[in-house]
Write a protein that binds this ligand. Structure first.
Ligand SMILES: [Zn+2]
Length: 196
C-alpha cells in the first residue's frame, strides 16, 4: 500500500502477496510463482482512456517489467479472463476520497484508488487537481508487494511506504531484497510471507 508521506501525503498500502495456492506453474524463480505471470488491466478512468490509453498501459507495463529481470520472472499482459493478476481502478478508503489510501496489493493483484486523479509521466500536475499522483511509482511499489516484498525504512527505496513522485527506479536495496526472495531468503513480513 502507498501512503502519501509521513506528513499526511500519499500512503501506499498493501495486503498480501500472491497466494501460492493459485500457482498453476510451480518451479519458477520464486517458489510461489511460475516463470510466467500474466496480468490484465481493467477499465481505465475516463480521463486515461482515448488518447491516453496506450500511454497508460505502457506505464503499467514498464513499472511491472522493472521487477522481471530482478526476480527472474516473465510478466505478460493478457486478457482479464486468463490473467493471474488484475490491475484495476476501484474506490479505496471509507469513504473513498482523494488523498487517503492510494492503492493496495493482494493475491489478486493491484487496486488503484479510482477517487484519486492519476497522472502520466508526460503530464504536469494540473492546477485543479493539486492532489494528483503519478501512476508509475505507485504501480512499481505495489507490484513489489505482489511479489512478496515488504516495506523499506529507507526513503530512497521504491518499497518506502510513502508516496514519492520521484521514485521511478528500483534501488540497489530493492533489487537486493528481491533477489533474496528469489533465493528463498524471504524478507517479507511473516504474516504475509508465502515463501519458505
Ligand atoms: Zn506498500
Amino acid at each position: 500500500m502507498v501512503k502519501k508521506t509521513p506528513t499526511n501525503h500519499g500512503q501506499i498500502t498493501h495486503s498480501s502477496p500472491i497466494s501460492p495456492r493459485k500457482s498453476k506453474n510451480p518451479g519458477g524463480a520464486l517458489p510461489h510463482l511460475g516463470p510466467l505471470v500474466t496480468y490484465a488491466v481493467g477499465a481505465l478512468p475516463g480521463y486515461l482512456q482515448g488518447a491516453h490509453r496506450c500511454e497508460t498501459l505502457r506505464e503499467i507495463d514498464e513499472a511491472i517489467q522493472q521487477w522481471a529481470e530482478v526476480v527472474g520472472l516473465t510478466f505478460q499482459r493478457t486478457s482479464e479472463l486468463h490473467a493471474r493478476l488484475q490491475v484495476s481502478f476501484q474506490p479505496l478508503g471509507a469513504p473513498p476520497s482523494p488523498g487517503g489510501q492510494l492503492a493496495q496489493a493482494s493475491a489478486q493483484g493491484i487496486v488503484l484508488d479510482s477517487s484519486e486523479r492519476w497522472l502520466l509521466r508526460s503530464q504536469k500536475k494540473p492546477q485543479r487537481f493539486r492532489k494528483a499522483f503519478y501512476l508509475y511509482p505507485v504501480v512499481l511499489h505495489e507490484m513489489g508487494h505482489c511479489l512478496g516484498m515488504k516495506h523499506s525504512s529507507n526513503r530512497d527505496d521504491v518499497m518506502w511506504p510513502y508516496y514519492r513522485e520521484d521514485l521511478w527506479t528500483l534501488s540497489d536495496a530493492d533489487k537486493a531484497a528481491a533477489r533474496g526472495m528469489r533465493h528463498g531468503d524471504c524478507t517479507c513480513n511473516a504474516n504475509i510471507c508465502v515463501i519458505s
